[in-house]
Design a protein around this ligand. Structure first.
Ligand SMILES: Cc1cc2nc3c(=O)[nH]c(=O)nc-3n(C[C@H](O)[C@H](O)[C@H](O)COP(=O)(O)O)c2cc1C
Length: 417
């Protein structure tokens, strides 16, 4: 049965004049097919790429560009005021600049000024435009004011170039918007807006020779869930991903790494301007002492050489002891197979982090599963049990504990350490 009009979440889909405008048709379909009432507000430039008729037909609503149409309904104020979510996809460099400076010369920019709901921008442009300090400052301004600006993807751009600036997968943007709407429907704030969080995920692999490695069973699902949920709460997210089969989450800066050493280097670099670092990756404690540059071969009549292991650096202890910024929050994960809580409490004290998520792992527990169960230990002595459920629920409970503990003002407003 179709939902009654007033129960359907109201979404404004702003479309600005980028080559990726055609991908917004897929985003629109995702919204309409899942029962959202969508009002498309294209800019005049975007109509060079996708025409008004497409938006009106696909949304079932008028798709005006200027404030001068249907003036008796005062659309320049009403559309923004009544929205549950405004998502601008694609957002051009020009649109980001106008939004950051409060310009209001068409229906979309007026709507952005009147909206009181969460606003998501999905920028797409050439790498040079994205990296230009003007664009970066506009993005920082919008984030500071609470908007969610998703990081563009890296990949093929218009023509033959590749780089950062690609429009993320529309289905992934839709999933992000759904999470934002779900928080809004519960009256929950974008409590990580303006924050930079670093999350590590997946397992590391320590090579023995060019074809063999020592690895672990981590799937990356918990870390990826942390990255997705933080983005939906408004954070700029850097995901340092060890080996994982999972697709890159939309709107998150993903750095792929292989070994514990590479993970350490990327996490420390990203942590330099982070408000919080969450180490959910399963990082190898040891690596082979010797790396054989050629494949280790069977020798007739000889037993294989034993593998000698050496310790890897303890990244969590290092991050905790040597905070990149005063007030930076550090969160660890402890995967234990026995004496779970006692080992977790000891680890929290030993590592010096602020929060520790302790969970029991085993061949069929936690690793690879979409669900998890844990206890989150804090240095103030509080212990928060998280019942068995989706890894996204655990991720949100962790952010609930992280958000009120973050230092003020956000790292981005404090300049260099
Ligand atoms: C073929 C073509 C592709 C373009 N693609 C983009 C783009 O992907 N991102 C962007 O920021 N601007 C792009 N532009 C430039 C914008 O269309 C231009 O800045 C325009 O003024 C944006 O207007 P609007 O922000 O009101 O939609 C493109 C222009 C052309 C001609």
């Amino acid at each position: 049965m179709e939902k009654r009009e007033q129960e359907r979440p109201r979404v404004v889909l702003g479309v600005s004049g980028g080559i990726a405008a055609y991908k917004a048709c897929e985003l629109l379909r995702q919204f309409t097919e899942s029962g959202h009432d969508v009002r498309v507000v294209p800019t005049a430039a975007s109509l060079h790429f996708v025409g008004e008729a497409t938006w009106a037909a696909l949304s079932g609503n008028p798709a005006a560009t200027e404030v001068w149409e249907s003036v008796h309904e005062v659309p320049h104020v009403r559309i923004g005021q009544h929205a549950d979510l405004v998502v601008v996809a694609p957002a051009t460099a020009d649109l980001l600049a106008k939004a950051a400076h409060g310009l209001a010369d068409d229906l979309l920019t007026n709507t952005l000024l009147t909206a009181r709901c969460p606003v998501v921008f999905a920028p797409a442009m050439h790498t040079e435009m994205w990296e230009n300090p003007a664009t970066q400052e506009n993005v920082a301004t919008l984030r500071r004011r609470g908007a969610i600006v998703v990081e563009p993807a890296v990949g093929r751009l218009t023509g033959v170039d590749t780089g950062k600036g690609r429009f993320p997968d529309p289905v992934e943007i839709f999933q992000l918007c759904r999470r934002v709407l779900a928080r809004g429907a519960k009256g929950l704030p974008q409590d990580l807006a303006g924050r930079h969080v670093v999350v590590s995920a997946g397992g590391t692999r320590e090579p023995l020779d060019p074809v063999r490695y020592l690895g672990n069973r981590s799937s990356g699902k918990q870390g990826y869930a942390l990255a997705r949920t933080a983005a939906a709460r408004g954070a700029r997210v850097t995901l340092v991903a060890g080996n994982s089969e999972l697709p890159d989450p939309a709107g998150v800066d993903v750095i792929h790494v292989g070994t514990a050493g590479q993970l350490r280097e990327s996490v420390l670099k990203a942590a330099a301007d982070a408000d919080a670092v969450v180490m959910a990756a399963a990082v190898a404690d040891f690596r082979p002492a010797v790396y054989a540059p050629g494949k280790i071969k069977k020798q007739e009549g000889q037993e294989p050489e034993p593998v000698t292991l050496v310790r890897n650096p303890d990244i969590l202890a290092e991050l905790s002891a040597d905070r990149a910024r005063p007030g930076q929050l550090v969160v660890g994960f402890a995967a234990e197979t026995d004496d779970v809580l006692a080992n977790g409490r000891a680890k929290l004290a030993r590592k010096g982090c602020d929060l520790l998520v302790v969970n029991e792992v085993g061949e069929h527990k936690a690793f690879g599963s979409a669900e998890n169960e844990a206890v989150i230990l804090a240095t103030d002595g509080t212990e928060t049990p998280v019942p068995y459920g989706p890894k996204e629920a655990l991720a949100d409970t962790l952010w609930d504990l992280v958000a009120p503990r973050l230092a003020e003002p956000p790292a981005a407003d404090r300049g260099n350490p």
